[in-house]
Design a protein. Structure first.
Length: 400
């Protein structure tokens, strides 16, 4: 007997959005397990319904709902956009939901729970909440307090969460947040995201631009740099570090978000080198990640357990060093500390500027050593001048 699942999320590829990228992978996984899946998400392009295609034992189709982008800094615009988006997504999905055995939805767009849970009182489908980000908790953490309106919304959120059949969480820190509000452990399933990209043996790094040459290596921040992420600690520490280091690590910012703009402006204003690019297409992401020596991940303490930076899995799989500015209570620390050997993972608390400066300096010798070893493997025994040069990775990336 055919089992049917409707999977609802926000931005689907090729639009940027980690939730949609993982939803597409998740839909294929459900289909490979014998479900007929309808994936419903947003697009900046045209409305469309793609014909069902084979995926393992069964098939899935994709329904794309057109929505414009919006200014995240405008709260009223965000709220109106969120309400309309949830209504349109459910309108596009409702026919498939009536035929479905289960409905899986994510935390994006925000507040979808408040639309789908009341509808499910009538439809009585198995409801699965793959909780990417917690809402309205993220908004409360962003504002610093709940107030009367958000406090009421939070209590209503707890009410509807108790009517969800199964929660899929990305990390143990998220599971703790749910048990803290009274969700029974047997209703919580730990199901982390996997890396959306693979790193094969023949993978070639993206060529490094001239702006990133001349240092001892590359720090890369790639992805969204939004309200949940700490940028201040890195700005202060990297500025201080660069003044102290003669051939320091260069910083590559491949990011979107208001905080990304601020990091770029601040570092430029201080005369600190930064190279900024727009987000690369998903098919180029693996090559970007292996072009760096260090992956920077940040998370503000109030968001621990409410947000799990999804990039951690690809960063680990890339085999590169990871530098985490955030709490030991986050699953970022749990995963990275277990996966990486000593000297390849560094963590400092948010606000610990001196600690981050020391971590950056401590990374330099290992990175230079790794680069020299790479040159030996690729080109035989190199000349003394090449080994001792201040750009030991130029040849590897085709820059000379």
């Amino acid at each position: 007997m055919t089992k049917r699942l409707v999977y609802i999320c926000d931005w689907l590829p090729p639009d940027f959005g980690a939730v949609g990228q993982y939803a597409e992978l998740g839909a294929r996984e459900w289909a490979s397990e014998g479900w007929t899946v309808t994936l419903v998400g947003l697009t900046s392009g045209q409305w469309s319904r793609e014909a069902a295609e084979p995926a393992g034992q069964d098939s899935f189709e994709v329904v794309r709902v057109h929505r414009p982008r919006y200014q995240k800094q405008n709260f009223a615009a965000r709220l109106i956009w969120t309400i309309l988006s949830n209504i349109l997504l459910l309108g596009a999905a409702v026919g498939a939901v009536r035929r479905a055995d289960a409905v899986l939805f994510t935390g994006s767009p925000p507040l979808m729970l408040h639309f789908i849970a009341p509808l499910n009182v009538l439809l009585r489908k198995r409801l699965i909440y793959r909780i990417m980000d917690f809402h309205p908790e993220c908004l409360i953490a962003e504002r610093g307090s709940s107030g009367l309106l958000l406090g009421g919304l939070l209590r209503l959120t707890y009410f509807w969460r108790r009517r969800v059949d199964t929660f899929e969480v990305l990390g143990r820190d998220q599971a703790r947040r749910l048990t803290d509000i009274g969700i029974a452990q047997e209703r919580i399933r730990l199901k982390p995201n996997s890396s959306p990209v693979t790193f094969g043996p023949g993978l070639t790094p993206l060529p490094l631009p001239n702006e990133l040459r001349g240092g001892s290596g590359i720090i890369l921040y790639s992805g969204n740099l939004g309200v949940a992420h700490d940028e201040n600690t890195f700005i202060e520490a990297y500025s201080k570090y660069f003044q102290q280091s003669k051939a320091g690590l260069r910083f590559w910012l491949n990011a979107t978000g208001a905080k990304a703009d601020r990091v770029e402006r601040e570092l430029h204003s201080r005369g600190v080198p930064i190279y900024r690019t727009t987000l690369v297409p998903l098919e180029q992401l693996a090559r970007l990640l292996v072009a760096a020596d260090v992956h920077l991940i940040t998370l503000r303490d109030p968001f621990v357990g409410y947000v799990v930076p999804s990039k951690i899995h690809a960063c680990i799989d890339s085999g590169k060093r990871i530098l985490f500015v955030g709490s030991q209570q986050s699953d970022v620390h749990l995963l990275a500390s277990r996966a990486l050997a000593s000297g390849r993972y560094y963590r400092v608390d948010t606000g610990d500027v001196d600690g981050l400066v020391n971590a950056l300096r401590a990374m330099e010798p290992g990175i230079v050593s790794d680069r020299k070893a790479d040159l030996v493997r690729m080109h035989g025994v190199p000349s003394v001048g090449r080994i001792m040069g201040c750009d030991p990775f130029a040849t590897e990336h085709g820059q000379v």
